[in-house]
Design a protein around this ligand. Structure first.
Ligand code: GLN
Length: 502
């Protein structure tokens, strides 16, 4: 699949019509590649294509006009079902479009379907979807990451140039890493959460999954922005997210484009990274040095507590957010019940999957009288420490760099091979521990991107490795600049999952 700019050129020069592009995309998505597709509506896509074609014919020249997009199935849509990967919302159709969906449509993007995800975005492997597991475009034996696994697989597998995702504790960055693509989690407040089915409202952010950092910037220009319907949205106009980027080529007059940039590497993050991922990361550091950046070790001392804090705060908020799924208002309503209580109980028992139930139970427990102080309040204090860690670190450097995940994609039905997890976390699911490098930026609300930086060969198959760049609050343009500089110097983002690289 071409970049946004290449597709735009074909569309603007009429070498390709929007309808042709939509038909071709539909034909491929219809086969449900990687189990990543949850709903298609050809007529709705064609209607959108015709509207956009008119705009192109009238000479309009937006970057996203006619570009296909799939939306993660937690973003509500009027013309496509929105299930959030849950049986609870089987066949649910929203009465309105999420602001993200609306913004991208207004910018001329054509929705070509809805992408699979973990149920209510709870998971790290896209194996918790009520409509089937999703696989990795690079290696069908591997998971695509999660929870935006369907979105990442469809971009990584070259079925669409752009997908939306949401990230609460890593769900854009980690699947982007595992599928060899670029994925940006914006600053909390940058993108409207209106119409995003809430998992943990103080952490949830929607963002783009694309092939390159440049394309992430192009999508952000239309996706982000103040929305009066979301009280936590940032009340300032968008910057030009691409303002510090030159697409696809280095400006030869700037030999060391990152000369003034200082990059910190948290020693606590590095300590968690598995040996199989480290060489690619070290090579990435050398690239940044070559680009002129200065590299230093920094410390984020609260890191060992961040996963625990996240897995208290996120379920606590989820238990409250999911209370609205009661058998009366949305979706699932169990039949043959004798009382209101039985209606609640049966609908929730039948409608929710195992992981969602686990989180509701945990969340309700940590908020309950007698445990609130010991768990929820304690977790909020850790969150403040994590925020303070980042504030202190950003006095020493402009960006923070690490691998996105301590491991590459693991096997379907397997679990992450964490060589370095703490012994005192025995009994905690390994998938939770594998979130250690992404939950920090989420708890602190910081922008962070994952871009590809290598390939690990596993049993003669390729599994991508991702690099995370965390920036200061509202400095997405700078984060994208650094990511783009890396991509002008490296080829990882141009590799295709369908090529035989081994
Ligand atoms: N893996 C994390 C979780 O299961 C993150 C999910 C997300 O960001 N939506 O909570």
């Amino acid at each position: 699949m071409q970049s946004i700019r290449e597709l735009k050129r074909l569309l603007q020069t009429k070498k390709l019509s929007v309808k042709e592009l939509v038909h071709e995309t539909y034909k491929n998505l219809e086969k449900n590649p990687f189990g990543a597709v949850l709903d298609l509506n050809l007529q709705a896509s064609i209607d959108e294509a015709e509207k956009v074609q008119n705009r192109i014919n009238q000479g309009e020249d937006g970057s996203l006009l006619g570009i296909p997009v799939v939306h993660k199935d937690v973003l509500v849509t009027k013309k496509w079902k929105t299930t959030a990967g849950s049986k609870f919302l089987k066949n649910y159709v929203s009465a309105f479009d999420a602001t993200v969906v609306k913004n991208l449509f207004e910018a001329g993007m054509v929705c070509v379907g809805k992408a699979s995800c973990d149920e209510f975005a709870m998971g790290s492997a896209n194996q918790n979807c009520a409509y089937g597991k999703c696989s990795n475009p690079w290696d069908q034996l591997a998971v695509p990451g999660g929870s935006s696994g369907g979105s990442a697989a469809l971009v990584g597998g070259n079925f669409v140039p752009v997908a939306t995702g949401t990230d609460t504790g890593g769900s854009i960055r980690q699947p982007a890493a595992m599928c060899g693509i670029s994925g940006l989690k914006p600053t909390y407040g940058r993108v409207s959460r209106w119409g995003l089915i809430a998992y943990a409202s103080s952490l949830d952010q929607a963002g783009p999954l694309t092939k390159s950092a440049y394309d992430c910037g192009l999508v952000m220009n239309s996706m982000a922005g103040y929305d009066m319907k979301d009280s936590t949205s940032f009340p300032e106009p968008n910057p030009d997210f691409c303002k510090f980027m030159n697409e696809g080529f280095s400006d030869s007059s700037i030999v060391r484009p990152l000369e003034k940039v200082s990059i910190g590497i948290p020693k606590e993050y590095l300590a968690a990274v598995s040996n199989s991922v480290l060489p690619a990361f070290q090579e990435a550091i050398r690239t940044f040095e070559f680009l002129g950046a200065s590299i230093r070790e920094i410390s984020l001392p609260s890191t060992p507590y961040s996963v625990a804090a996240y897995y208290v705060i996120a379920p606590a908020e989820a238990s409250s957010n999911l209370a609205k799924f009661d058998g009366i208002r949305f979706g699932q309503r169990s039949r043959g019940v004798k009382s209101l209580e039985e209606l609640y109980t049966r609908s929730r028992t039948e409608g929710f999957g195992e992981e969602v139930k686990r989180r509701i139970l945990v969340g309700t427990f940590v908020l309950s009288h007698g445990y609130y102080d010991a768990y929820y309040l304690q977790a909020l204090k850790v969150r403040n420490l994590v925020i303070a860690d980042f504030d202190a670190a950003f006095k020493e450097c402009n960006f923070i760099l690490s691998p996105t995940s301590p491991v590459v994609a693991w096997d379907i039905n397997g679990s992450p091979d964490l060589q370095k997890s703490e012994a005192n976390f025995e009994g905690v699911p390994k998938e939770y521990l594998a979130d250690i490098l992404t939950v920090g930026a989420s708890l602190a609300g910081l922008p962070a991107i994952s871009i590809p930086c290598g390939i690990l060969e596993v049993n003669n198959r390729n599994r991508p490795i991702g690099l995370q760049i965390i920036g200061k609050r509202f400095e997405e343009p700078q984060v994208l600049q650094v990511a783009n500089a890396f991509q002008t110097e490296t080829h990882w983002h141009t590799l295709s999952s369908s090529e035989d690289l081994v």
